[in-house]
Design a protein around this ligand. Structure first.
Ligand SMILES: [Zn+2]
Length: 49
């Protein structure tokens, strides 16, 4: 999966934590420019809580 911001880097799956809520989430981060894309489906499930 290529980054669509810079078209150079590879998007890698990373885990992050939302500090305010302490909720873990998965995202894709570009190794080249650092662009991060969150998993929107996961955000949707968090909102239901
Ligand atoms: Zn990039």
């Amino acid at each position: 999966m290529k980054c669509n911001m810079c078209n150079k880097g590879e998007m890698k799956k990373v885990k992050g934590t939302i500090e305010q809520d302490g909720i873990e989430y998965e995202a894709y981060r570009c190794g080249s420019c650092g662009e991060e894309i969150m998993n929107m489906k996961q955000l949707g499930s968090l909102a239901k809580k």
